[in-house]
Design a protein around this ligand. Structure first.
Ligand code: UT7
Length: 328
């Protein structure tokens, strides 16, 4: 498949202020810091205060990405989310308006934890079809709002946050370049990760999801490398969806990428679903673990079931990573 290019021009991320530790959860659930750390790698996560919406996080991350790009306007806004403020309409138009962008193309993408990579493919498509010359892609979640507080299998895993990138037209191996996107799905597993119809809370079959996540992210990562004409030794950093440290380790092994090249932040943010990869990348860039020209392989897996992978050349930008102001 041929592909017309896109480059990343700016990067931002926003986290809620409130830190929820494993001990906080163990105080009201039959779990422990030791269990959560050893089975998942998660030490803490951040949850929004009541009243804070996914849009609030999306607007903050979006504003930060625009600032990082040195732009005040773009032609299109794409928001990837599992937790929109309401089920209809999409939140992207409202997010765009709050960023001062009335009149631009704006829509949501729903692919659960693969949302950022599906959104990236959408954004590249908007550039390729001539609908936009610049796109703001935001992945934002307030997953805590759909967690069953009594379900220790999910309540300990998920966190809230938002990450964003600004994309423009560009080609090939230059800094910021986005490689060919690999995406897939298997609706046969739709019930493994779901909010059942008419219900309020998220449900996950952890064990089955674990196995499928390792297999699909490994396959997708290998396919993205092959399509980009790269091997595992060409990758400076693996950026795996922050599902579970044991999943990330197994995927890295399957791809032949040693642990020193694997980015991680789930110890402090947990699994932020669609926002996971851009939050991870913004965090790593803002804290000096990822630099201009570094080659990144991002892989994701989530509800649907869905999965995806893409290679990136990290851009020469200052990532704007911070905490949402004025909450609560
Ligand atoms: O983002 C989308 C993709 N999501 C994922 O990739 C998540 C994938 N799944 C996982 O990460 C893991 O399956 C979990 C972390 C959700 C669960 O870990 P596990 O090692 O698969 O545990 P398990 O479900 O097999 O449960 C093992 C034991 C069970 O007890 P018994 O039946 O052996 O007595 C569970 O009841 O651990 C128990 N358990 C817990 N114990 C303490 C399950 N959750 C907890 C908990 N604290 N939070």
């Amino acid at each position: 498949m041929s592909h017309r290019g896109a480059v990343i021009l700016g990067v931002g991320a926003s986290l809620p202020r409130r830190v929820v530790t494993n001990d906080d959860l163990a105080a009201r659930l039959d779990t422990s810091d030791a269990w959560i750390r050893s089975r998942t790698g998660i030490g803490a996560r951040r949850w929004v205060e009541p009243g804070t919406t996914t849009s609030d996080l999306a607007v903050d991350a979006g504003a930060r990405a625009l600032r990082s790009a040195g732009l005040s306007a773009v032609d299109a806004v794409v928001v990837a989310t599992t937790t929109p403020d309401r089920s209809c309409p999409a939140i992207a138009p409202a997010v765009a308006a709050r960023l001062g962008l009335v009149g631009v193309a704006a829509h949501d993408v729903a692919a659960v934890c693969t949302g950022f990579l599906y959104g990236l493919a959408n954004a590249v498509g908007l550039l390729a079809c001539g609908a936009a010359r610049t796109v703001l892609l935001i992945a934002a979640e307030s997953f805590s709002t759909i967690l069953d507080p009594d379900d220790r299998g999910t309540a300990v895993i998920f966190g809230d946050g938002a990450g964003a990138v600004v994309l423009g037209e560009g080609e090939g191996a230059e800094e910021g370049a986005v490689g060919p996107c690999v995406l897939g799905s298997d609706g046969g597993g739709a019930d493994l990760i779901q909010v059942p119809a008419g219900e309020r809370y998220f449900r996950m079959s952890g064990k089955e999801v674990f196995r499928a996540a390792v297999e699909r992210m490994t396959e997708a990562g290998l396919a993205a490398l092959a399509r980009a004409g790269l091997g595992p030794d060409d990758v400076d950093h693996l950026a795996p969806h922050q599902a579970n440290q044991r999943i990330c380790d197994a995927v890295a092994r399957g791809l032949g990428i040693d642990g020193s090249r694997v980015l991680a932040d789930l110890d402090v943010v947990g699994n932020t679903a669609a926002a996971s990869i851009p939050v991870l990348l913004a965090d790593a860039a803002a804290h000096g673990r990822l630099g201009a020209g570094d080659r990144v392989l991002a892989v994701a897996f989530g509800g649907g079931l869905t999965w995806g992978a893409v290679t990136l050349v990290w851009p020469d930008v200052v990532a704007d990573f911070g905490v949402l102001a004025g909450e609560g």
